[in-house]
Ligand binder design. Structure first.
Ligand code: ASP
Length: 321
């Protein structure tokens, strides 16, 4: 695997399989009372977040801590960015601490790639504007794989604000790589031109939603909407909301969060057992542990597993430096 994780395109199907398998083993660790292994002891992980986040930042923090890394979390608000420091200078300053990885979120598409050029350490894209969110896609695959027998051949409908969604972009690539059949659906104004080239079909109504095995709803990204993309949220909900009337009992529902309750999903659907939203959040920790492991402690899987098992029971015991 490459040194950075900037896009799902950095991953082969084998890489994805390996990460999902590794996440399964970390799920076992998460079931223990002491949820910690020594894999990254003595290494530093920096979370650098220039945009709001609850799930991604907290799960990366937990993942780094459960791997025993030293963690520094920097949010743009309240940092020297407020004093006018440029991103490049911030990255170079933080790189002086000799971290093993920088987990980076930005409102700007392509910013994670820039950071990767400015620093010698592994960079993990935790969401860059409208572009990509590869670890979200991995945790979605992981969540789904625990529910269904095979990903191959599954019909996944991604519904809503595809235009502003980095999750949609990463998931079209990731589901496609695992052999799913992906359809995106939303108002024509919220479907990016040429999206089919990523490997999906496009629909602009929910008439054929019954084809879907999995309905992946996207948040209406009001913070990224410049101009009028839909007449009103009410009208959007009337045509595109996933509700009990449109959903059949065997379909699974996913959403990356945060959900606009009553807009893209009805309250009854969010709270139904068909919704995997809480499972997705739960998967975030083990999948991000697996990504950190893969980038920082990886190498050929056989060799790494031999030298020291990441899951060893002595994990939580103090060991000589
Ligand atoms: N949490 C996801 C993201 O950061 C989805 C969203 O914000 O709608 O992209």
């Amino acid at each position: 695997m490459k040194r950075h994780l900037l896009s799902v395109d950095d991953l082969t199907r084998e890489d994805i399989e390996r990460i999902l398998g590794r996440a399964e083993s970390f799920a076992e660790v998460s079931g223990r009372e002491i949820k910690k292994v020594p894999t990254l002891r003595g290494r530093t992980v920096i979370n650098l977040f220039y945009e709001a986040s609850t799930r991604t930042s907290s799960s990366f923090e937990l993942a780094a801590k459960r791997l025993s890394a030293d963690l520094v979390s920097v949010k743009a608000a309240g940092s020297a960015v407020d004093k006018g420091e440029s991103l490049k200078d911030t990255v170079q300053t933080l790189s002086a601490y000799d971290p093993a990885a920088i987990v980076f979120r930005s409102p700007h598409a392509g910013a994670a790639g820039l950071v990767a050029r400015w620093t010698g350490v592994s960079v993990i894209n935790a969401g860059d504007g409208k572009r990509e969110h590869p670890t979200q896609a991995l945790l979605d695959l992981y969540t789904l794989r625990r529910q269904v027998e095979r990903l191959e051949g599954l019909n996944v409908w991604i519904v809503g604000d595809v235009l502003h969604s980095r999750v949609a972009r990463s998931n079209i690539l990731a589901f496609g790589r695992m052999g799913c059949h992906v359809t995106v659906c939303g108002p024509p104004t919220l479907i990016p031109r040429g999206v089919e080239s990523l490997g999906c079909e496009v629909r602009t109504t929910l008439d054929d939603l019954g084809e879907a095995d999995v309905v992946y709803a996207l948040r209406m990204q009001r913070e990224r909407m410049i101009g009028d993309f839909v007449p009103s949220l009410r009208e959007y909900a009337a045509r595109y909301q996933i509700d009990g009337r449109r959903l059949s009992p065997n379909q699974l529902v996913m959403h990356p969060g945060p959900v606009n309750r009553g807009v893209e999903l009805s309250a009854e659907v969010i709270d139904s057992p068909q919704a995997l939203i809480t499972h997705q959040v739960e998967s975030g920790v083990v999948v991000r542990m697996a990504v950190l492991y893969e980038l920082l402690a990886g190498g050929p899987p056989a060799a790494t597993m031999q030298s020291s098992s990441p899951l060893s029971a002595e994990a939580s015991e103090p060991q000589p430096a």
